[in-house]
Write a protein that binds this ligand. Structure first.
Ligand SMILES: [Zn+2]
Length: 345
């Protein structure tokens, strides 16, 4: 299976994040993607290639142009405002009853284009963000050109990013951009299956009123887990998209047996949809030892998960999302991909 990787992800790093009353090293670190790459190379899993470079067409089909331009210029604007330091981070956000579009202040804009404080900007962020989109689009093109599977090692991740909001370590929605590029390449139906521990709120919102992209997410119930405000079972889509979004909120401590039941139901829905291609938002933060989450999926379970996803009668592009146990993310990713590959051959 071909994997796509860009070293530009290294430009987005060195970040800290709040934990109650102190700051800790950011869980979404460069070591994540590096360890995934190292594991793929260690087991001789297949070729790893750099991304091709694409123009912004598919990005602008799923993201607000002003938002994309803001991400591109945010660091320079922050410097030009006279700020010192190494991180631009929002702290004030637009809520109902406030006016969001009337500020040119850099902090006003940072908050206008984010829904939380977990998507800060550093000097190299845009290059990493934009390159991750290229990684996803390159993977999509391999699928369009006939590969049965491919793996996009995207970093930063993307599934929390909506059309015009960053958050949850996400800026551009790599899976949405990949799916959109497949549609633009003539595929009439694409399914996005999100197996990250957290709800793919950005992906859901981008395609909520569309029937050409089925969005399905298995995740920790937002009643007790981030992102709290989306991801409930009654969110089924709207307008043309009604019936084309499905959420599987799962209980704290979910083990493989009950996860598998939900996954089988999700896969049947995808099969019924009969997509031309599947994009799998591959988060490894369902892992039992993940320091940030509360499911109980074991390493061996990822092989089974990969096999089940690979049994779909459509090519599968896997796209790296979350996963914060640095020591295991490589092994768990390889287990998933090996299972998927075995089902495709
Ligand atoms: Zn996650």
């Amino acid at each position: 299976m071909l994997s796509i990787f860009s070293e530009k992800h290294l430009l987005h790093g060195g970040l800290m994040e709040p934990a109650s009353d102190h700051w800790i090293p950011g869980a979404e670190s460069p070591e994540r993607a590096n360890n995934v790459l190292a594991a793929i190379r260690r087991v001789g899993f297949g070729d790893v290639v750099p991304p091709d470079e694409f123009d912004d067409t598919h990005i602008l089909a799923v993201h607000d142009p002003d938002y994309v331009r803001f991400l591109e210029s945010a660091w320079d604007e922050w410097l030009a405002s006279g700020e010192q330091g190494s991180v631009a981070r929002p702290y004030a956000f637009v809520t109902d009853g406030m006016r969001g579009a009337h500020t040119e202040n850099i902090y006003g804009k940072l908050g206008r284009y984010a829904f939380d404080i977990f998507a800060p900007i550093v000097a190299g962020s845009w290059q990493a963000i934009r390159s991750a989109a290229d990684v996803a689009m390159t993977g999509a093109q391999h699928i369009v050109h006939g590969e049965s599977s491919a793996f996009a090692i995207c970093r930063p991740p993307g599934h929390h990013a909506s059309a015009d909001l960053a958050g949850g370590y996400c800026y551009l929605n790599n899976c949405a951009i990949a799916a959109q590029s497949m549609i633009a390449s003539g595929r009439s139906k694409v399914a996005i299956l999100d197996v990250d521990y957290h709800h793919g709120n950005g992906t859901q919102s981008i395609f909520y009123d569309r029937d050409d992209v089925l969005t399905i997410s298995l995740h920790a119930d937002p009643a007790f887990e981030y992102p709290y405000y989306l991801g409930y079972a009654d969110e089924r889509g709207a307008g043309d998209g009604l019936g084309y979004n499905r959420n599987y909120p799962l209980a704290r401590g979910t083990r493989w047996a009950s996860y598998c039941d939900a996954l089988m139901d999700a896969l049947q829905r995808i099969q019924n949809y009969s997509p031309d291609a599947v994009v799998c938002a591959l988060g490894l933060d369902t892992y039992a030892m993940d320091p940030t989450t509360d499911f109980a999926i074991q390493s061996a379970d990822y092989s089974e998960m990969g096999k089940l996803v690979g049994s779909l009668d459509a090519p599968v592009l896997s796209v790296l999302e979350g996963g914060y146990d640095i020591d295991s993310i490589g092994m768990n990713t390889v287990n998933f991909l090996a299972g998927l590959r075995s089902a495709k051959t």
